[in-house]
Write a new protein. Structure first.
Length: 101
């Protein structure tokens, strides 16, 4: 099993030129980058919007689980993340994670 979280991750500078992210909302962009330190060593994490809300935006009352769900859908549509289910649990994976970490 891969470990949950690193102590830190590097963000590749080319993210500023990512056409897929440019088609997403600013919240989806922020979510994408703030998910990175919460990923396990294989680029995965739980994908339930309520869990993500608690992990990534715990003090932001204006960012709701519904907004996170919408942002995840945007990222999924642009193939920046993939959703999948194991049992009854939702997960997300960054498909290009190993290329940049």
């Amino acid at each position: 099993m891969a470990s949950r979280n690193s102590k830190g991750r590097m963000l590749f500078w080319k993210i500023s030129y990512c056409k897929q992210l440019s088609r997403c909302s600013m919240l989806a962009n922020l979510l994408y980058t703030w998910l990175l330190p919460n990923l396990d060593d294989l680029g995965r994490m739980e994908g339930d919007p309520e869990i993500i809300k608690g992990m990534v935006f715990p003090y932001h009352k204006d960012i709701t689980a519904d907004l996170i769900k919408k942002s995840l859908s945007e990222l999924n549509k642009e193939n920046l993340i993939q959703h999948y289910i194991v049992g009854e649990n939702w997960y997300i994976q960054f498909p290009t994670f190993s290329e940049y970490q």
